[in-house]
Ligand binder design. Structure first.
Ligand code: MV4
Length: 502
């Protein structure tokens, strides 16, 4: 049985994993880079090992140093969190070779799902619906055109080694195929060292809906229902919720079965996620499988009532799952928002730096998974996510109200954050009504623009006061201005200062 876990990660997820370990009576080991010496995960752990300089390639991605730290500390297992080494088949295999339990799936499952063409073939064989397209890498333009004529335009060219939107091209016209294929190829080669690409029919306004699965080492696999993740910006999730506002009990049951079949096809054990794209008629297609614990896992935990990290550890110990499919229900509604150290009013520019003040939201139905504290400096080397705010309520309406309340009191100073942007999302009618797809952000730009602050308004008032003074002076030298002239002068003045935006 696992007695000590090394967490090969940093930030909020490292702490989240350690919390479950502590409740299970398992000791925890942190690893950290130069710039993470004072990071919260180092303080939270029972012991901590330095593994290198700030760049992740020299620290959090160094398998040798992480294994060495595990051995020094006597850890019997490694939890990879998300990102970094979490979907690295070589690392999973290396851990087992070194006699350390990898808290995650087998190298075979990671490898099969990591290669999207192999994943598609495996899913077709398992009877899981996939987007119409190729099952082999596109070798020449002639075959590409044949496929495209069969499935129809538009299509997407995707990198087999890609995922999460990397190495993707949309093709609307036949004459663009040649360029798109070669562009996708060279992008894939540069990014992943593998230029294999495949073709899929383009699904025009899809939802991104994913299913959480758990499998044990005895062949039991269950799903923990869906997460609606369509609110994304540049393939980065912003808001996630469960249940999905568009789901029906029938489609949910079918997709759940498809998710279990997908996991079964690779003898999956551990926690995993099956991503589907879903069109307006609720047709669903397998997109990819993420063979790790995901950022947005807490909404599932809250609505289904299962601690996914504890399940991961039990599974790694060889224990059977604690739940049967028929034991599981969705209770109420959960929403998560991701808080980033970035400036939503300046093209989401990362905003690392010193946290001067934090007031965390609290209260019934509020969960906050974070790692920042007052006086902590967010380094520029890693993902700028500071925390996740997760709310739960009996109904979606109440969950939105609770999230608004929580975001209203959430204060972070010293760095710019996405909190104001998240507040604006909650005021968009399409979001409130649950009518949104993956185009939500681009379609609702006007609602998501910065609202003018009090200080900006004060500048306007000062400008107007100055203008009135100016008119008064003019009037003493010139004949009184007509109403119309006054109005025009007013507008010109405002335009010149660039402040008249009512
Ligand atoms: C698609 C698609 C439409 N049709 N594939 C983007 C990330 C990667 N996981 C796959 N993605 C997409 N694949 C076909 N055949 C549209 C997207 C897509 C998308 C998917 C999920 C969430 C947000 C998205 C935003 C833009 C495009």
């Amino acid at each position: 049985m696992i007695k000590k876990v090394l967490v090969a990660n940093r930030g909020e997820i490292a702490i989240r994993v350690m919390r479950s370990c502590r409740e299970m009576g398992i000791e925890t080991v942190a690893v950290y880079s130069d710039v993470d010496r004072k990071s919260m995960h180092v303080r939270y752990a029972d012991e901590a090992y330095h593994i290198g300089p700030a760049p992740s390639a020299e620290s959090y991605l160094r398998m040798d140093r992480i294994i060495e730290a595990a051995k020094k500390s006597g850890a019997d297992a490694i939890h990879p969190g998300y990102g970094f080494l979490s979907e690295n088949a070589t690392f999973s295999a290396l851990c087992e070779k070194e006699g350390i339990i990898f808290i995650g799936p087998s190298p075979h499952a990671i490898e099969t799902m990591g290669d999207k063409i192999t994943a598609r073939k495996t899913m077709i064989a398992a009877g899981v619906p996939v987007v119409p397209g190729t099952t082999e890498p596109v070798r020449d333009i002639k075959t590409a055109l044949e496929v495209i004529r069969k499935i129809g335009l538009p299509v997407m060219i995707k990198a087999s080694a890609g995922g999460g939107g990397k190495g993707m091209r949309l093709v609307k016209n036949e004459e663009d195929v040649v360029n798109a294929v070669s562009a996708a190829r060279s992008e894939a080669k540069a990014a992943f060292g593998d230029d294999a690409v495949y073709i899929e029919k383009y699904i025009s306004s899809p939802h991104h809906i994913e299913f959480q699965v758990l499998g044990d080492k005895h062949g039991n696999i269950i799903h923990l229902f869906e997460r609606e993740c369509s609110v994304q910006r540049r393939h980065q999730k912003v808001v996630e919720e469960t249940p999905s506002p568009i789901m029906t009990p029938e489609v949910r049951a079918k997709m759940g079965e498809a998710a279990v079949a997908a996991a079964r096809a690779v003898n999956y054990y551990g926690a995993g996620t099956i991503e589907f794209i879903v069109d307006d008629n609720l047709n669903y297609y397998f997109l990819e499988m993420n063979t790790r614990l995901q950022v947005e896992h807490p909404i599932t935990e809250r609505v289904v009532g299962v601690d996914l990290v504890k399940q991961q550890i039990n599974i790694a110990n060889g224990l059977p799952l604690s739940y049967k499919q028929e034991d599981l229900r969705q209770h109420g509604h959960a929403i998560e928002v991701r808080i980033y150290a970035e400036d939503p009013d300046n093209n989401f520019m990362p905003s690392p730096g010193l946290i001067k003040h934090i007031t965390h939201p609290l209260g019934f139905g509020v969960r906050h998974d974070g790692y920042a504290y007052e006086g902590y400096e967010i380094p520029m080397y890693y993902d700028p996510m500071i925390s996740k705010l997760i709310v739960w309520a009996e109904t979606r309406r109440e969950a939105i109200a609770r999230l608004k309340r929580a975001l209203f009191v959430y204060k972070i100073t010293g760095v710019k954050t996405s909190i104001p942007y998240l507040r604006r999302i909650l005021d968009v009618p399409a979001f409130i009504e649950g009518r949104y797809n993956t185009h939500f952000i681009e379609e609702n730009q006007e609602y998501l623009q910065p609202k003018r602050t009090c200080s900006e308004r004060a500048v306007d008032i000062a400008a107007i006061t100055a203008f009135v003074d100016y008119i008064n002076k003019l009037e003493r030298l010139q004949p009184p201005a007509t109403e119309k002239q006054l109005a025009n002068n007013w507008k010109d003045f405002g335009r010149k200062r660039g402040v008249l935006r009512f």
